[in-house]
Design a protein. Structure first.
Length: 589
């Protein structure tokens, strides 16, 4: 971690909060009012002492009563305003931190999401930031008030009677010797509790997002068992945390009661001997409360601080992860020129190379089909071209210039990607077609894109048309409908480069006809790279790349590869022909 963000360092938490730039005036006012409230509460026992020492109906002056009432009211008002301001400050700090995290999550690279579970990331955004908010808005004020209250009370007590004060002070190190180890155990438990909570969030996210798969696979019992294990883990840690808290509370109560007995006993003896007045004894008891009670606040503060240090580590690990700067570099504008990959190597993990020495050229306006056995690296190749991943070595050239010199934003604006499983976001059909557009889309443009994608055929039949809600991940639409919306989205972007993971073989015959026509409209005049599953796509392609085990073992037209590449010839005559026959059988039936 960078300097200032060392692991397990409370300074990292302070720096993280400071980087949110909390309101200085709000913090200052809250602290000042909190100090005033505490100082006023320190004066109250002195008023009480005076009242007790001169307690007769004739000696009580109205001014004393008024001053006492004013003190109570002032302390309550100042304390209330301070609590409100600190709570608001904590809410603003966590909001700014969540905004920063949200922006970071959108800029993180694809490899981050490959290596981190979604539930863990969600937990960082929600649970860990809530821990920081709790410390800022609830425990900071208690800590400072407690320190001021203890120091002030001890100073006044020393002035009243130093011998009795020493009895009180002797209890503090003894209590601390017990509470500090408990605080360390609490830190360990709280960190495990945060990890277990993140794991449970992951299970929830995974199961609920794929609930149809769970039910279709009769996996309710399996997922129920996993959920129960996670819940029991949280329960065990919660119980352990409760045990520690069960020690802390009684210890403080025991110390307070013990000191109370000592003060009353020893103080009573001194009162009877005339060394101490009755008012002094009452003041001692009130100040004892102002010493012992803040010990609980201070203990809770350090417990929450330890939790916050653990939460800070997790948040900082996200904030310091490598991110994409989508605007850095030159802007790619105008007609896209020849695209050339030269000696590209790529691996997800060190030593496990997925793409080996990939070299080929994409000519403007031409169609290049990519075929080969499953797991050969076709989809990975698409991801590298899209710049979701950086090559280990080699370059991608656009018009003779390294593509890394162009901004990601302008490069990806040139690309229309229609994946095998067309992604749909929750919202309306219009929202999905216009998704990612940085300008207002007119109804005419929207309808034209839908018409060219053959999506208007089913959209116009829906009662709410383009305002129809598609459900989470487009669950209310069929596969063919989702693909046509995805194609309409690509048409609206008007990209110059197309990357199509053609997967029409899984569609019914009617949907496949519409999707194929939509793809033909989409491909017109554009540089196209398509993972081919249909024989007609391969036959019509200007160039075919045959990829197996990450190597390009054949480049040419369909006829050239049939004549020169035995595996392609077998692949074309068996697998691709089988797919073609399956479609023909579907049409005839």
């Amino acid at each position: 971690m960078k300097e200032g963000y060392q692991k397990g360092n409370w300074k990292a938490f302070v720096r993280l909060v400071r980087e949110t730039k909390p309101s200085a005036w709000m913090l200052s006012v809250a602290v000042i009012l909190s100090v005033i409230s505490t100082l006023v509460s320190l004066v109250v026992p002195l008023f009480t002492k005076g009242l007790v020492d001169s307690f007769t109906s004739d000696s009580i002056k109205p001014a004393q009563i008024v001053m006492l009432i004013v003190s109570f009211v002032a302390s309550a008002v100042a304390g209330g305003i301070s609590i409100y301001l600190l709570n608001r400050l904590g809410q603003e700090v966590v909001a700014k931190l969540r905004e920063r995290l949200w922006r970071k999550l959108l800029k993180l690279t694809i490899p981050y999401y490959d290596n981190h579970r979604t539930g863990d990331t969600i937990s960082r955004m929600t649970n860990d930031t809530a821990v920081l908010k709790g410390l800022v808005s609830e425990h900071v004020t208690g800590f400072f008030n407690g320190v001021i209250s203890m120091v002030g009370a001890i100073v006044i007590l020393l002035l009243l009677d130093w011998k009795m004060t020493l009895i009180i002070l002797a209890a503090i190190p003894v209590t601390a010797a017990v509470l500090v180890p408990l605080g360390r155990i609490m830190l360990h438990i709280s960190r495990r509790l945060q990890d277990e909570t993140a794991g449970f969030t992951t299970i929830l996210n995974q199961v609920l997002s794929e609930i149809r798969l769970v039910k279709a696979s009769n996996a309710e019992e399996r997922e129920n068992a996993m959920g129960d294990d996670a819940i029991r883990g949280l329960l065990k840690l919660g119980i352990r945390e409760g045990k520690i808290q069960a020690f802390i509370g009684p210890i403080i109560s025991f110390v307070m009661m013990g000191l109370m007995v000592l003060i009353i006993g020893y103080g009573g003896m001194r009162v009877s001997s005339g060394a101490l007045s009755a008012g002094d004894l009452v003041a001692f008891i009130l100040y004892l409360v102002q010493i012992v009670m803040p010990m609980n606040q201070i203990t809770m503060f350090f417990t929450q601080l330890q939790k916050s240090v653990g939460a800070t580590e997790r948040i900082v690990s996200i904030l310091e992860d490598r991110q994409e700067n989508v605007k850095e570099g030159k802007t790619l504008a105008g007609p896209v020129q020849t695209i050339r990959l030269e000696h590209v190597y790529f691996s997800y993990e060190k030593g496990d190379t997925v793409l080996h020495d990939i070299s080929f050229t994409l000519e403007p306006g031409k169609v290049t089909a990519v075929v080969g056995p499953s797991g050969g690296g076709k989809t990975t190749l698409f991801s590298v071209i899209e710049r979701f991943y950086l090559p280990d070595s080699g370059v991608i050239l656009v018009g003779g210039e390294d593509v890394s010199g162009y901004s990601l934003e302008s490069w990806r604006r040139q690309i229309g990607y229609v994946p095998q499983e067309s992604p749909i976001v929750a919202g309306t059909i219009r929202d999905n077609i216009c998704y990612g557009m940085d300008r207002e889309v007119t109804d005419e443009e929207l309808r034209h894109a839908a018409h060219m994608a053959y999506a208007d055929i089913f959209i116009d039949e829906l009662p709410e048309g383009y305002a129809t809600e598609v459900g989470e991940r487009g669950i209310k639409l069929s596969g063919g409908q989702r693909q046509r919306i995805s194609i309409a989205r690509a048409l609206l972007r008007d990209p110059q480069i197309l990357m199509l993971d053609e997967a029409t073989s899984s569609l019914d015959s009617q949907s496949e006809v519409f999707v194929q026509k939509a793809l033909q409209n989409l491909m017109k005049g554009r540089t196209t790279l398509v993972i081919a599953h249909r024989l007609s796509t391969v036959v019509d392609a200007d160039q075919i790349l045959f990829i197996e085990k990450g190597h390009i073992t054949g480049v040419g037209t369909h006829q050239e590869l049939v004549e020169s590449h035995p595996m392609y010839r077998e692949f074309a005559t068996q697998q691709l022909r089988i797919a073609e026959n399956a479609v023909a059988d579907g049409v005839s039936s």
